[in-house]
Design a protein. Structure first.
Length: 189
């Protein structure tokens, strides 16, 4: 499907920080997302109205530097405290808050960009499209819901150029494995 992108388009960018963090960690050996590069390239010269990152704070406050860094590059943070339950279970979920903000801001936007791979956002995508917004999804293709990619007007796959969107990224190298006769053969993951 061809989508329209032009400089006067008003864009809102909504970042599911936990989803991207865990995708990068699992797919790229603890690499961290370069949020500035991601926002810049996905917006692509259009008019960014708001960029919001949904983050989780802990009792230790060790994430404060990260939150400050997001602010310095123009990304507002919405923070929620990590919930810890009896027995050690923990919960950190911003899906409803992110959806409500996107719905609330949609009348002021032409395009909504959701930075997440979570299929729970499919009803939000469909609702925003019915309200006249173009909806784009930005995430790592390997860990993104296939249905989410399908319903979005456009999908921007961060996995196509991981070195551009990850800090501390190293290409995974598969060490040669020795077979019983001393010959080397490559092992793929």
């Amino acid at each position: 499907m061809a989508i329209i992108k032009h400089n006067d388009q008003r864009v809102g960018f909504f970042i599911d920080t936990q989803n991207l963090y865990h995708s990068a960690k699992n797919l790229y050996e603890d690499a961290r997302v370069n949020f500035g590069a991601m926002v810049k390239n996905a917006v692509g010269g259009r008019r960014l109205v708001r960029a919001l990152a949904y983050v989780i704070s802990t009792k230790t406050g060790e994430e404060a530097g990260f939150f400050e860094a997001l602010g310095k590059i123009g990304i507002e943070t919405r923070s929620k405290e990590l919930q810890e339950f009896w027995g050690g279970a923990k919960k950190a979920d911003w899906d409803v808050g992110m959806a409500v903000d996107a719905i609330r801001l949609a009348p002021k936007l032409d395009t909504v960009i959701l930075a997440t791979g979570d299929g729970d956002f499919i009803p939000l995508v469909e609702y925003l499209q019915n309200q006249g917004c173009q909806v784009e999804v930005v995430s790592f293709g390997k860990s993104t819901s296939g249905k989410l990619k399908e319903v979005a007007d456009d999908f921007f796959d961060l996995s196509e150029d991981p070195s551009a969107y990850l800090l501390g990224h190293r290409e995974r190298r598969n060490p040669p494995k020795r077979s019983g006769n001393g010959n080397r053969r490559a092992v793929s993951l």
